[in-house]
Design a protein around this ligand. Structure first.
Ligand SMILES: Cc1cc2nc3c(=O)[nH]c(=O)nc-3n(C[C@H](O)[C@H](O)[C@H](O)COP(=O)(O)OP(=O)(O)OC[C@H]3O[C@@H](n4cnc5c(N)ncnc54)[C@H](O)[C@@H]3O)c2cc1C
Ligand code: SF4
Length: 461
C-alpha cells in the first residue's frame, strides 16, 4: 500500500458544543486509527525524531510496539524516559519538537507522534496495568521543591535510583501548572492525578502546603538531613503591562483567573462553592498558550464576546497552531496588530472598556520578529467589561532571596551549569525557574539532567 501523506485526524468534540463545556476537546485515537498512523512510520535507523525530544524517548521503538499491538509495552517503553506520557501526549508542542524532525515532513505530514503517545498512555491507564519497576532503596535523602513537571520528573528519577525523595509543594495539590494553569478541556485533572500517583508509587513522598522560603528554608532542609535539594519552583509570578487603569475591578492576571477556575474548581459552579466573576465582553491581552487558555476558558464560562488582543500578526503568535485553530473554531475573535493603551473604568471602579491602538509591522527586532509600530491616530475602544492580562510570567523571588549563595540573572531566574547545579553546593535547579516560562517537556528534561547529576554527586560524597 502506498504511504499516506496525511496523518490520521484526531477525533474532537464539535466546536459549537465544546465552546460551552469543560470536557476534553480532543477525544483520542481509537486503536484501529492508532494502528494506521503507527504504520506510516518508516522506522528510520537514525531516528531523527528522537533528536527533537528533550527527554530522548525511543520513538521508533514505541511506535513499533504499537504496530505489533503491544500497547502496554509501548507505554512502558516511553516510561523508560518520561514519567508523564499522558500529559506530554496532550500538551507537548510536538510540532516544534519530535515531529518537526520526522522525515515524513518532506513527503507530506509527520507521523502523529504525540497522538500515538497519548493513545498508549491512555490505554495503559484505562487497563489499570501500570507496572512498577523494582527499586533498590538506599538511605540518602533528597528534597525537591515544587511538584510541577520539573520536580515530579527529578523526584521520579531519583526514587528509581534508590533515594528517599520528599517533594515540598506550596499549593494544596501536586502538578504545578498542569493543575493550576492548563484547563480541564486540554488536560483533564484526573490524568494529572494518575501520573502524580505513579510518581508516589515509586516511593516519592509529597508534602503539600509548604512554601519553601517561608514555612521552611533550603537551609532547614539540609538541617533535616537532606543531602541535596532540587528547586523546580516554576515561574508563577504574573507580569502586567503597567498601563493606566490596570487596577480597576474586572482586571485579572491570567494566572489568577486560571487558578481560580482550575484549582479552585470555578468551572464546576454551582456544584463547587467557588464562582469566578466574569463579564459578558472579555478582552485577553497576549498571544501565547496562556492567553489562548484564558480566552477559551472565558468562552466556556459564558462570555458573549471574547477578543484576543495581540500586537503582532497571527503568524508571530507563540501559541501552538492547534490551539489557535481550536480557539477560532470556538468563536474567539482575534484582534491582531492591536496594542492596549489603557483600561477604562466606570465611576464604581469597574472595567468599562479597553482603549487600544492599531499596529503595523516594521523592521525585524533582536528576536528576528518584525517589530510592531503604532499607527498614529488609530485609537479605538473595545467595549470590554473584563480584561485578562496574559503577557508572561516571571519566577517568584522567594527562594533566591532566602537561600544564601544562589546567584540569579537579571530576569530573576536561577543560574545553573549544564547539569542544573546552582552556585551553591548540593543545590540544583531546573524548569521554568531557570529558563523562564517555557514548556512541560523542557522542564522534564531539566529535571532528568539534574537527577542524574545529583545521583553522581551523592555517589561520590
Ligand atoms: C496556562 C498555561 C498553559 C500552558 N500550556 C502549555 C502547553 O500547552 N504546553 C507546554 O509544553 N507548556 C505549557 N505551559 C508551560 C508549562 O506548563 C511550564 O513550562 C511547566 O509547567 C514548567 O514546569 P515547572 O515544573 O518548572 O514549573 P511549574 O509547573 O510552575 O511547577 C512549579 C511548582 O512549584 C511550586 N512552588 C513554587 N514556589 C514554591 C515554593 N516556594 N515552595 C514550594 N513549592 C513552590 C508551585 O506551586 C508549582 O506547583 C503552559 C503554562 C501556562 C501557565
Ligand atoms: S523520523 Fe518519523 S518516520 Fe522516521 S522513525 Fe521517527 S517517527 Fe518514524
Amino acid at each position: 500500500m502506498p504511504l499516506s501523506k496525511v496523518r490520521q485526524p484526531m477525533p474532537e468534540q464539535c466546536p459549537n458544543e465544546r465552546r460551552r463545556n469543560f470536557s476534553e476537546v480532543a477525544t483520542g485515537y481509537p486503536a484501529e486509527t492508532a494502528l494506521i498512523e503507527a504504520n506510516r512510520c518508516l522506522q528510520c535507523k537514525t531516528a531523527p525524531c528522537r533528536t527533537g525530544c528533550p527527554v530522548e524517548v525511543d520513538i521508533p521503538a514505541f511506535i513499533q510496539l504499537i504496530r505489533s499491538e503491544k500497547y502496554e509495552q509501548a507505554a512502558q517503553k516511553i516510561k523508560e524516559k518520561s514519567s508523564l506520557p499522558a500529559v506530554c501526549g496532550r500538551v507537548c508542542p510536538q510540532e516544534a519538537q519530535c515531529e518537526s524532525h520526522c522525515v515524513l515532513n518532506k513527503k507530506g505530514a509527520a507521523v502523529a507522534i504525540g497522538r500515538l503517545e497519548r493513545f498508549v498512555a491512555d490505554y495503559e491507564r484505562n487497563q489499570g496495568t501500570t507496572k512498577l519497576p523494582t527499586i533498590e532503596a538506599g538511605n540518602k535523602k533528597v528534597a525537591v521543591v515544587g511538584a510541577g513537571p520539573a520536580g515530579l520528573t527529578a523526584a521520579g528519577d531519583l526514587a528509581l535510583a534508590g533515594y528517599k525523595v520528599v517533594i515540598f509543594e506550596a499549593l494544596h495539590k501536586a502538578g504545578g501548572v498542569l493543575v493550576y494553569g492548563i484547563p480541564e478541556f486540554r488536560l483533564p485533572k484526573d490524568i494529572v492525578a494518575a501520573e502524580v500517583e505513579y510518581v508516589k508509587k515509586l516511593g516519592v513522598e509529597i508534602i503539600t502546603n509548604v512554601v519553601i522560603g517561608k514555612t521552611l528554608t533550603v537551609e532547614d532542609l539540609f538541617a533535616q538531613g537532606f543531602e541535596a535539594v532540587f528547586i523546580g519552583s516554576g515561574a508563577g509570578a504574573p507580569q502586567f503591562m503597567n498601563i493606566p487603569g490596570e487596577n480597576y475591578n474586572g482586571v485579572y492576571s491570567a494566572n489568577e483567573f486560571l487558578t481560580r477556575v482550575n484549582l479552585m474548581k470555578g468551572y464546576d459552579f454551582p456544584n463547587q462553592h467557588t464562582p469566578v466573576w466574569l463579564g459578558k465582553n472579555v478582552a485577553i491581552v497576549g498571544g501565547g498558550n496562556v492567553a489562548m487558555d484564558a480566552a477559551r476558558t472565558s468562552m466556556r464560562l459564558g462570555a458573549e464576546h471574547v477578543w484576543l488582543v495581540y500586537r503582532r500578526s497571527e503568524e508571530e503568535m507563540p501559541a501552538r497552531r492547534e490551539e489557535i485553530e481550536h480557539a477560532k473554531e470556538e468563536g474567539i475573535e482575534l484582534a491582531l496588530l492591536t496594542n492596549p493603551l489603557a483600561v477604562q473604568g466606570n465611576d464604581k471602579g469597574w472595567v468599562s472598556g479597553l482603549e487600544c491602538v492599531k499596529m503595523q509591522l516594521g523592521e525585524a527586532d533582536a528576536s528576528g520578529r518584525r517589530r510592531p509600530v503604532e499607527v498614529a491616530g488609530s485609537n479605538f475602544v473595545l467595549p470590554a467589561d473584563t480584561v485578562i492580562i496574559a503577557i508572561g510570567n516571571t519566577p517568584n523571588p522567594l527562594i533566591p532571596q532566602t537561600t544564601p549563595g544562589l546567584v540569579v540573572t537579571k530576569k530573576g531566574t536561577i543560574t545553573v551549569d549544564d547539569n542544573g547545579l546552582t552556585t551553591r553546593e548540593g543545590v540544583y535547579a531546573g524548569g521554568d525557574i531557570v529558563t523562564g516560562a517555557a514548556t512541560v517537556i523542557s522542564a522534564m528534561g531539566a529535571g532528568k539532567r539534574a537527577a542524574k547529576a545529583i545521583n553522581e554527586y551523592l555517589a561520590e560524597k
